[in-house]
Design a protein around this ligand. Structure first.
Ligand code: HEC
Length: 137
């Protein structure tokens, strides 16, 4: 059974939807603010965790090329995909949090991200954080 009949009107509306999705995608990635993320989504919970007192934002800026203690995480989702061969962006980000001594950001090889931090996070919180970091394209 065919679900879609490819007539020009359907194609045009499909393309319109695609363009709208791309626009929505861009606006959320350029300004990753709490309001741009669907409320109570993993990404929004991840942002709240990221910005929490004493947490990630203490050491990581979201403005490009701004080093607080660790590297800026602006665009990290894009970089993460090619950091370690064999690791997806999500796996790289997860390992960056869980095994900071094993995974090192280029230029920060001599620095140590706080390993105790990961121990204060639950599995669900780490997965929310990774979901949020993946929006930083
Ligand atoms: C005490 C400061 C500090 C805190 C807090 C901290 N980081 Fe880091 N982070 C670093 C440093 C330094 C590096 C670079 C060395 C390394 O890669 O281990 C780093 C590296 C990273 C990287 C790799 C970036 C890249 O470009 O490859 C990610 C991702 C990351 N941190 C995420 C987080 C998240 C998420 C949190 C909160 C759960 C967090 N960090 C909390 C200092 C910190």
């Amino acid at each position: 059974m065919r679900l879609y009949h490819l007539n020009p009107a359907a194609l045009a509306s499909g393309m319109l939807i695609a363009v709208l999705l791309i626009l929505v995608g861009c606006s959320t990635t350029i300004t990753p603010t709490a309001t741009a993320l669907p409320p109570n989504s993993p990404e929004a919970r991840g942002l709240a965790l990221f910005s929490g007192k004493g947490r990630c934002a203490t050491c990581h800026s979201l403005s490009p090329d701004t080093v607080i203690v660790g590297p800026s995480l602006a665009g990290v989702a894009t970089r993460a995909a090619s950091r370690e061969s064999g690791l997806t962006a999500a796996e790289y980000l997860e390992e960056s949090i869980l095994l900071p001594d094993k995974i090192k950001a280029p230029g920060f090889e001599n620095m140590q991200m706080d390993t105790s931090l990961a121990k204060t996070l639950t599995f669900d919180e780490i997965s929310d954080l990774v979901a949020y970091l993946l929006t930083l394209k």
